[in-house]
Design a protein around this ligand. Sequence first.
Ligand SMILES: [Zn+2]
Length: 200
Amino acid sequence: MSKAQTEQYDPDDPATWKTLSKVKKGEEISPHSYIELIRHELIQRPVTTNAALLKKIEQVFGNKFGPDDLRRIKSGKRSSRPKWMNNVDWAKAVLTKKGEIAVRSRIRKGKRETWIVLREFAEAVVLEAKLCRGQESAWTEVCGWVLCGKRRKGMRKKCPTCKAWTTLSAKNCDACGHIFKRPNQRVHKLPRNKRGVRNG
Ligand SMILES: [Zn+2]
């Protein structure tokens, strides 16, 4: 695979989002790009929802998505969603595994809400509430609840030939040997290196 193309922008400056080039056919925005944007967002808002995060991602990349980012893929039995949302899930799975974030969903008034917290921040909030009773912040309940959630299993994919499940990184199916399609070329669109923002 050739070296991935890398562009930079400032997540807080919409003028710089416009300078990003549109993703070409056969390419897609890399999960790494989403990892860095999620990190940036969580430093500013350490307790947030998946809906807010998706909204920010669409604001930044929305009109830059290429046909392969927008290609609709099956999600559950009846619905479908664009491929880029899968890459965002992958980014969240990586950050969860690294212990940087915690994610948990619940149904409220018939709607699913997914909370995402910066683990370090959430742990501090919960500890503070324990140490100083009556000092609970607005986030205490959400942080405690998210941290108590079970860790989700790693992301998996289904073999189109025999329907067996394998890890997302598998190159061929363990059960039947099916060779998975080569993934699209990834392009990186990354936040510019700024004070307090990790890059890479
Ligand atoms: Zn198979």
